[in-house]
Design a protein around this ligand. Structure first.
Ligand code: BG6
Length: 468
């Protein structure tokens, strides 16, 4: 046997709102993404506007058969996508689901199984129904737990024979940084108190544990995980103050994993709440519900950052949702995300040491501008050696972590086919092995083309990571 186990789940990941398009077809309601034409850093609009690339996405809703076939050609064992909540419950608070929405995911999961690809499904990936945001203030409102419960019961019952692997909330810790996109909270960030934010996080944590409980009842063989945005914070200097600052920054993220894995609030968070005048309102049943801990821990990894005690050094990097002090020893992508393959080995070891639960890397990759060229046979392609280098160097470190003894279920790189970016809502920030001919001005044929990395990843999977 090689380094990676024989049943290692190689594959790729997308999210419904970034690829499906068809934003108002077959009874789908609006989601928060339909009014975010410029991603997290831009203003939301009152109604969907034409400049919003996500409304059409890459038209996966109509082209999924071709796309799954391409994933199968690369040898995918697993395909991660999300269910768009507002396809199933257009407003979010109805009691009866939208049958047409359910049928779409039946077709999609059947298509995956046709090729022996296991779906890995995110239940909520930055796509809270807009109605729940506008009428309830999203996850700030405890009522969301009940609506979410209704939603998960429906999808678990419907897909129990088709989906074995589930994730509850995508990057659940991001609610602290992007309250509207991540949690459907409409209170303007400047008016949003930490009290309200952590209460919303509590509602999500309870809802997540409830999903684990219901999932295990409805689907005895299913495995249900949490999903954390991981971004290790290294101390900027060896000064103990910086080390402690890094620890405190890390706690803000560990908090979410700790509750999911241990089933209770950690001491450092109770202290933080106490010292900041935050009182989380627990209903009597919450303590019991939280004890429904996850089967595995999944996470995204794109970059690391630094932490410094000196507030003057806190200049934020332009990276992922979490920001962070830039690391002077690392280079960055075109979007300012610092590239740190060794950080992935570090994170894997940190999580494994802390949780002793199977881990799953469900996002990793390089967002870059690609140029479509013709190869010697006249076929269109992209010579994306930079992407291959990013992925290869990260996978080498994954291999090191497996040698360290980390139990890892699989690896799904982000945006296995080009999709619309979450943070900037652009299509020119591409992650895929497959190029999609669509541009940010709306032009393009939507044709798919295999990049050089397509063949590279196909070989990685074929050799089970032995020849990296
Ligand atoms: C993660 C999200 O934060 O990063 C994805 O879960 C997102 O939805 C990915 O697409 C990459 O970020 P971006 O902003 O480059 O699309």
């Amino acid at each position: 046997m090689g380094i990676f186990p024989d049943n290692f789940l190689w594959g790729g990941a997308v999210a419904a709102n970034q690829c499906e398009g068809a934003f108002d077809e077959d009874g789908k309601g609006l989601s928060v993404q339909d009014v975010l034409p410029h991603g997290i850093r831009g203003e939301r609009t009152a109604v969907p506007t034409e400049d919003n690339m996500k409304l059409k996405g890459i038209d996966f809703y109509h082209r999924y058969e071709e796309d799954i076939r391409l994933f199968a050609e690369m040898g995918f064992k697993v395909f991660r996508t999300s269910i768009a909540w507002s396809r199933i419950f257009p407003k979010g608070d109805e009691s009866e689901p939208n049958e047409k929405g359910l049928e779409f995911y039946d077709r999609l999961f059947d298509e995956c199984h046709k090729y022996g690809i296991e779906p890995l499904v995110t239940i909520s990936h930055y796509e809270t129904p807009l109605y729940l945001a506008e009428h309830y203030n999203g996850w700030a409102n405890r009522k969301l737990i009940g609506f979410f419960e209704n939603y998960v019961r429906v999808i678990f019952e419907r897909y129990k024979g088709k989906v074995k692997y589930w994730l509850t909330f995508n990057e659940i810790n991001s609610i602290l940084h992007a309250p509207f996109m991540s949690g459907g909270i409409t209170t303007p960030p400047a008016e949003l108190s930490e009290q309200e934010l952590y209460q919303a996080a509590h509602h999500e944590l309870v809802a997540s544990a409830l999903a684990v409980k219901i999932g295990h009842e409805v689907m005895p063989g299913a495995e249900i995980g949490c999903m954390i945005l991981s971004m290790p914070a290294y101390p900027l200097t060896p000064a103990p103050e910086d080390v402690l600052r890094a620890m405190e920054d890390e706690h803000k993220n560990y908090f979410f994993g700790d509750v999911h894995v241990r089933g209770e609030y950690p001491g450092y968070m109770k202290r933080y709440f106490k010292e900041h005048g935050i009182e989380i309102r627990f209903e009597p049943e919450d303590g019991e519900i939280l004890k429904n801990t996850v089967d595995f821990v999944s996470f995204s990894y794109y970059m690391s950052c630094c932490a410094a005690a000196d507030e003057d050094k806190q200049a934020r990097g332009t990276g992922n949702l979490l920001g962070g002090v830039p690391n002077p020893t690392l280079k960055a992508s075109e979007w300012g995300w610092q590239i740190d393959p060794k950080g992935l080995r570090y994170v894997l070891n940190q999580y494994w040491d802390r949780y002793q639960k199977p881990l799953f890397i469900v996002e990793n990759g390089l967002g870059a501008v690609d140029e479509l060229v013709e190869d010697e046979n006249g076929n269109k392609t992209v010579e994306d050696d930079y992407r291959i280098e990013y992925l290869r160097s990260h996978l080498e470190q994954v291999k090191e972590a497996v040698k360290d003894g980390v139990e890892l279920m699989g690896y799904t790189s982000w945006g296995c086919i080009d999709v619309v970016s979450a943070s900037t809502a652009e299509l020119k920030k591409r992650y895929g092995y497959v190029y999609v001919d669509r541009n940010d001005d709306g032009s393009g044929t939507l044709n798919r083309y295999k990049k050089k990395s397509f063949y590279w990843y196909r070989d990685v999977i074929k050799n089970n990571g032995e020849t990296l």
